[in-house]
Design a protein around this ligand. Structure first.
Ligand SMILES: Cc1cc2nc3c(=O)[nH]c(=O)nc-3n(C[C@H](O)[C@H](O)[C@H](O)COP(=O)(O)O)c2cc1C
Length: 221
């Protein structure tokens, strides 16, 4: 499965089976996490066979069987949300290509449990990325239409349409899809208004746009 195919196959999965993530997949994920940490100044880490990120009630009603996750964390600096969104989107799609399912959790987790499992150098925790073998593959989310989030000055080139289509497949907090994308020539600007999740959603959306449109076709304004 390519990363492009993974964009279509990925849906939020909140219930997982007991099947552990094999060692070689853990290593591949760990390697990718380290690369993002180094490139973007993040402090993410993979936690396996651990249920402490959720309290007993959440484990019972919402996060069934979540035992593996990435702590989404970094140094407390401007732009942290966007960097974590961009890197996290890559990790979700990479996990999908490895045959794993995922779930971005920005609110419904137990902070104390997550802090306990974060890297010592982590300053700010924005949530977690649950990973594993899902009880289901999830289902496509209800989506806005392209014209509700994007406009291009003049006739939109194919790469722009593909980029917008990819953004509409991205996960967003509360499925808000609060994006505004503007294109002119090779230049594309993108904003997102989703309260505390604006930065993270923007990073996720930008990753999807780059993957859909092809980085070589445009420049961020
Ligand atoms: C930044 C962010 C925070 C999220 N926080 C939560 C959460 O706290 N609890 C939850 O159940 N789902 C959470 N989600 C999952 C979204 O509800 C889900 O991605 C959205 O409904 C779109 O569905 P999809 O992922 O299947 O495309 C979050 C997603 C994102 C991107």
């Amino acid at each position: 499965m390519t990363m492009q195919e993974a964009m279509r196959a990925r849906h939020t999965v909140r219930r997982y089976t007991d099947r552990p993530i094999p060692g070689e997949l853990q290593e591949a994920l760990g390697q990718r996490i380290r690369e993002h940490n180094e490139a973007l100044g993040l402090t993410m880490n993979l936690v396996t066979d651990n249920t402490e990120a959720f309290g007993p009630l959440l484990r019972l009603v919402l996060a069934k069987g979540v035992r593996n996750y990435v702590v989404l964390a970094g140094r407390d600096a401007p732009g942290l949300g966007r960097s974590l969104g961009w890197a996290g989107a890559d990790l979700m799609l990479f996990a999908q290509t490895l045959g794993l399912n995922s779930w971005w959790v920005g609110g419904t987790f137990r902070r104390k449990g997550l802090e306990k499992n974060a890297a010592p150098e982590a300053e700010k925790l924005l949530g977690l990325l649950a990973l594993g073998y899902g009880a289901t593959q999830g289902a496509p989310h209800k989506s806005k239409r392209a014209e509700e989030i994007a406009a291009y000055e003049g006739e939109p080139p194919e790469w722009f349409a593909k980029g917008v289509e990819a953004v509409l497949l991205a996960p967003t907090a509360l499925n808000k899809q609060a994006f505004s994308i503007r294109g002119q020539g090779r230049r594309v600007s993108m904003t997102c208004q989703n309260g505390v999740f604006s930065g993270v959603d923007l990073g996720i959306g930008q990753y999807h746009f780059e993957l859909g449109a092809g980085k070589e076709n445009f420049d961020w304004a």
